[in-house]
Design a protein around this ligand. Structure first.
Ligand code: SF4
Length: 253
C-alpha cells in the first residue's frame, strides 16, 4: 500500500489476466470460476502462463465489484466454486479481501497458491477460503533453485503446509477436502521431486489430500532444461501412481 515492491513487482492494484469457468480442477471443486491475477513471487521456467504470471503489469485492472459480479453470474450458470489463482494470488491481499466481501457467504471459495507466504498472510487469509490448493512443486531445494531460482524452497513450504493443516478450517469434517496438496509431475523428476513430495506428505501429513497433476506442457522457458523439453509419458504417470500406492497415499481424484 505504501508503494514498496518485492520480487513480484506487484503494487496495490491487482490486474486480472483471465477470468473464466473451467473443468480442469479436482472433482470436488470443478467446474470452477477461476480468477487469474498477474504477478508471482516465484519464477518457474516451466510456468505454463509465462509472462502473464510473472509480470504484474499484464492483464487489466478490474474492480472488485466487476470481478464479484462475474463470479456470481458464473455461480448462477453452474460453477461450483470460485477460485483465486495466478500468478500468485496471495501477493494481492487487498483485492482478495475486497472481492470476497462482495461474494455470497455460501459460495465455495478456493485459493490456489504456491504456498510461499508469511504468517501474516496466512493469518489474514486462513478463514476466508473453504479449500486451499497448495502446489508442492519441488521435492528438494536443488531442483527448486535450478527451475525456479529459489534456493530455500522446501523449509518454508513445508512449514506453511504444517501450519495450514493444523488450522481448524482445514480439519473440519466436510464433503470437501479443506487442504489439497498438488504436485505437477515433471518429466525426469520422478525420484527427486515426486517421490520426495510423496514421502514427505506420507510422513508428515498422512491424512492430507494429495493430488497428482499430469499434463505437463514444456512451455515458457522449459527448453532451458533438457529433461523438460517433452511431456510426461503414460508409463511415467503410472509409475508415479504406483509410488503413491506403495507409500499408502490415496490420490485425490
Ligand atoms: S508459482 Fe505458478 S504462476 Fe508462479 S512462476 Fe511458478 S508456475 Fe508460474
Amino acid at each position: 500500500m505504501a508503494g514498496e515492491q518485492g520480487r513480484c513487482r506487484a503494487g496495490a492494484t491487482a490486474r486480472v489476466f483471465q477470468a473464466q469457468t473451467d473443468m480442469s480442477d479436482e472433482q470436488d471443486i470443478a467446474p470452477a470460476f477461476g480468477i487469474c491475477l498477474s504477478g508471482c513471487n516465484l519464477r518457474c521456467d516451466f510456468c505454463v502462463t509465462g509472462a502473464r504470471s510473472w509480470d504484474a503489469e499484464q492483464g487489466i485492472a478490474m474492480s472488485a465489484q466487476n470481478v464479484a459480479a462475474r463470479a456470481c453470474q458464473a455461480l448462477q450458470q453452474g460453477a461450483r466454486s470460485i477460485q483465486f489463482m495466478g500468478g500468485e494470488p496471495v501477493i494481492h491481499p487487498l483485492f482478495l479481501l475486497e472481492t470476497i466481501a462482495l461474494l455470497p457467504k455460501a459460495a465455495c471459495l478456493v485459493l490456489k497458491t504456491n504456498g510461499l507466504m508469511n504468517d501474516r498472510s496466512l493469518n489474514l487469509l486462513d478463514s476466508l477460503f473453504d479449500v486451499w490448493c497448495v502446489d508442492y512443486k519441488f521435492g528438494n531445494d536443488a531442483c527448486a533453485s535450478r527451475l525456479s531460482g529459489l534456493a530455500d524452497y522446501c523449509r518454508p513450504l513445508q512449514e506453511g503446509l504444517l501450519r495450514l493443516a493444523q488450522r481448524k478450517s482445514c480439519q473440519e469434517a466436510s464433503n470437501q477436502p479443506r487442504l489439497i496438496i498438488r504436485h505437477l509431475l515433471m518429466p525426469g523428476h520422478m525420484d527427486c521431486c515426486w517421490t520426495g513430495v510423496a514421502r514427505w506428505v506420507a510422513a508428515n501429513l498422512p491424512g492430507a489430500a494429495l493430488s497428482l497433476r499430469t499434463g505437463f506442457w514444456p512451455g515458457w522457458k522449459s527448453g532451458r532444461h533438457a529433461e523438460l523439453r517433452r511431456t510426461t509419458s503414460p508409463e511415467e504417470e503410472a509409475q508415479a501412481r504406483r509410488i503413491a500406492a506403495d507409500l499408502g497415499i490415496p490420490l485425490a481424484a
